[in-house]
Write a protein that binds this ligand. Structure first.
Ligand code: ZN
Length: 193
């Protein structure tokens, strides 16, 4: 299955850090769509989770708060890695919080002619939705300061991505979007002269 074009980072935790809108405007629906796009849950599963917004508003509120907390901490940590700055150990705490409470296992699910791995949580609650993201973030932190985490060179974009290109000199989140925009702008500048 082709990756949706807005998931360009190459690592789940970076795509999650890129998730917009900012601050407290992220809705339950937007988060569920992200999980589907990232193949973390199936469409069917997302459809069964969507009504929780009305049936269990407190549980959804609690998980939205955790989502924001995790995303903001990931943005801070990844920015530090990009800028080769040290960050306090406590900034990783929101990741550990998720890892601590999510016990479960992966299970193969066959759907629409393709296999996917879905995380099956041992306990109820909604925190399991963040388990794979926290796991991916943990792996990136373990890679240390040399992890090729970058931000798109387009000042209006600044999305995080994982640069596993051969030369390690990738500049754009996506050649199709920001890379192309840059090429066109450079072309127009040359033409003007
Ligand atoms: Zn970009």
């Amino acid at each position: 299955m082709p990756r949706p074009s807005h998931l360009v980072a190459g690592r789940l935790a970076l795509d999650f850090a890129n998730l917009s809108p900012s601050a407290h405007d992220l809705s339950w629906d937007e988060f569920l769509s992200f999980l589907v796009d990232a193949h973390l849950v199936s469409e069917d599963r997302a459809a069964s989770l969507r009504p929780l917004l009305f049936n269990e508003p407190h549980a959804v509120d609690a998980i939205l708060l955790r989502i924001l907390r995790l995303r903001e901490s990931l943005r801070a940590v990844f920015s530090s890695v990009v800028e080769a700055r040290h960050y306090p150990v406590s900034w990783a705490e929101p990741i550990n919080e998720i890892l601590r409470i999510t016990e479960g296992h992966d299970e193969l699910i066959f759907h629409n002619g393709a296999w996917s791995l879905e995380f099956i949580a041992r306990e109820a609650g909604l925190d399991w939705l963040l388990a794979a993201i926290a796991r991916s973030a943990g792996e990136l932190l373990v890679e240390g300061p040399r992890a090729p985490i970058r931000r798109c060179a387009n000042p209006a974009c600044r999305l995080f991505f994982y640069d596993d290109s051969r030369t390690r000199r990738r500049r754009w989140c996506s050649m199709k979007v920001c890379g192309n925009r840059h090429k066109v702008a450079a072309f127009l500048r040359r033409k003007k002269r």
